[in-house]
Design a protein around this ligand. Structure first.
Ligand SMILES: Cc1cc2nc3c(=O)[nH]c(=O)nc-3n(C[C@H](O)[C@H](O)[C@H](O)COP(=O)(O)OP(=O)(O)OC[C@H]3O[C@@H](n4cnc5c(N)ncnc54)[C@H](O)[C@@H]3O)c2cc1C
Length: 448
């Protein structure tokens, strides 16, 4: 098919999805064109909201024919500008693809549309006495498609792995509008490259995910948490060695004092009295039987508090509110890095020094077990590059990851080659060229 006149594109798209699902007015587009942090803004040619896979395929085909770039978007909770248009792309929002199949109890799986929220999947699993084991604060808005595209992590990775480990099958629209459809969910199928793995972490650059077959796990009815007050990051790492021996360990979140303080100031959510400390670790445990006994064993050696029921919910709410509280202090520079756990204390030193050098506030928290810290700098307006260079150079030299779970987006493209090396980047580019030769899927994201 020859290239069609690009000016006709909104009308062509309207013929596929219905005129009221093609948004062209600037004020209606605005909410889709800015990211959650307020750091990234862009202009889309239009926002398209298809209802099903056939409509997504039609939209992508029409864009390919017009030579128009596509930015896929789910819940728009990403933190690296990956779902924000850069200039004139067609923004394809997948939220209307939110269907959920009945839970397949024999397989312990569910099929979810790309636009289903993580909370909706968790709810469907819970109604069947199962769990969907990926969880994080943006669960009510973040979607299955976005979670696959970013290979989302969250607080339970220590036990269940990232999104990649939960995706048993995918359905996706390729750059030419063709549909790859593998929602069988077979745990064993050795028939060449594994598409769910290929698309996990691809950030909308290889295909538009339209549905996924997701793994569910047995529900663990008994839960208990502990807030452990510690003097240093080194102490947190020692505690982690002890926690690794707990069969019920479900999460180990680390918060430096400033991150705890900002939640208390902005939302009035504070840890139990007497537990102020330079470093806190929020340990969450889940088991079929009461895990409180295992946690009590840990607390016998540390200053901390055990919590179940509403008290546990309160501790988890502190953690869930950190990003929201930081946003109230200004538009943060967000660095989401991971290092081998024995380098965590060194990372915190470097991060604090970078904040001090430019007189910025630093709020640090993250996922202890994966050596993953979210470093949020507020007040770096003129120095974002300097802070980023200082921290990411150190992380690369320490053998770490410049993005642990948020992705590269448009925020970190300048760094990916240094982090992964030229041979790996050549391989990623070759895959991109093979699947999207015209470079129309999310250009400018992930690869520079
Ligand atoms: C308060 C808060 C806490 C967070 N905590 C965590 C955390 O602990 N762990 C974590 O991993 N993340 C966290 N995040 C980041 C974010 O929620 C995740 O990255 C999430 O996976 C994004 O999902 P989304 O549907 O909002 O995707 P979007 O933001 O809409 O898009 C993200 C990326 O995925 C692509 N994309 C979206 N949908 C599709 C699709 N159907 N097909 C192909 N590509 C697609 C986009 O192009 C973009 O590159 C947090 C965010 C917030 C706001």
């Amino acid at each position: 098919m020859g290239q069609q006149h690009p000016d006709d594109l909104p009308e062509r798209l309207a013929a596929i999805v219905g005129a009221r699902h093609v948004l062209t007015e600037a004020d209606v587009r605005a909410g889709y064109e800015t990211d959650w942090t307020g750091r990234y803004h862009g202009r889309a040619r239009c926002v398209v909201r298809p209802a099903d896979t056939a409509e997504v395929a039609g939209v992508v085909r029409a864009c390919a024919a017009a030579g128009a770039a596509v930015v896929p978007q789910g819940g728009n909770t990403g933190l690296v500008g990956g779902a924000t248009p850069r200039g004139g792309e067609v923004l394809v929002n997948l939220r209307r693809l939110d269907a959920l199949s009945p839970v397949d109890l024999a397989a312990a799986q569910v099929t979810a549309g790309a636009g289903a929220t993580i909370a909706a999947v968790q709810g469907a699993a819970a109604a069947a006495a199962l769990e969907f084991p990926v969880d994080w604060g943006a669960r009510d808005s973040a979607t299955v498609g976005g979670a696959i595209a970013t290979n989302a992590g969250g607080s339970r990775v220590v036990r269940f792995g990232t999104m990649r480990q939960q995706v048993m099958g995918v359905q996706a629209v390729l750059a030419d509008g063709s549909v790859v459809d593998d929602l069988s969910g077979l745990p064993k199928a050795t028939m060449g490259l594994h598409l769910p793995s290929l698309l996990s972490g691809s950030e909308g650059t290889l295909a538009v995910v339209t549905a996924a077959r997701l793994r569910l796990v047995p529900a663990l009815a008994r839960r208990a948490a502990a807030w452990v007050a510690l003097d240093s990051v080194g102490d947190a790492v020692s505690l982690l060695s002890q926690l690794r021996g707990l069969p019920s360990l479900d999460g180990a979140e680390v918060l430096l004092a400033d991150a705890v303080g900002v939640v208390a100031d902005e939302f009035g959510l504070a840890p139990p009295a007497g537990l102020d400390a330079p470093v806190a670790v929020l340990v969450d445990c889940a088991a079929a039987n009461d895990p409180a006994e295992e946690l009590a064993g840990v607390l016998s050696e540390h200053r901390g508090a055990l919590a179940t029921g509403p008290q546990r919910d309160h501790l988890l709410a502190i953690r869930d509110h950190v990003s929201l509280a930081i946003n109230r202090r200004g538009v943060p520079l967000k660095l989401d890095v991971a290092v081998p756990v024995d380098r965590l204390a060194g990372l915190v030193d470097v991060a604090q020094r970078a904040a001090h050098d430019v007189d910025a506030a630093l709020y640090a928290f993250g996922h202890l077990a994966e050596g993953n810290l979210h470093l949020n700098y507020v007040g770096t307006t003129d120095h974002a590059g300097r802070v980023t260079d200082a921290v990411l150079s150190w992380v690369v030299a320490a053998g770490g990851a410049i993005s642990a779970e948020h992705g590269i987006g448009q925020a970190k493209t300048a760094w990916i080659e240094r982090a992964r090396g030229p041979a790996a980047i050549d391989a990623l580019r070759a895959v991109k060229r093979a699947l999207d030769p015209a470079g129309l899927l999310n250009p400018g994201v992930l690869l520079p």
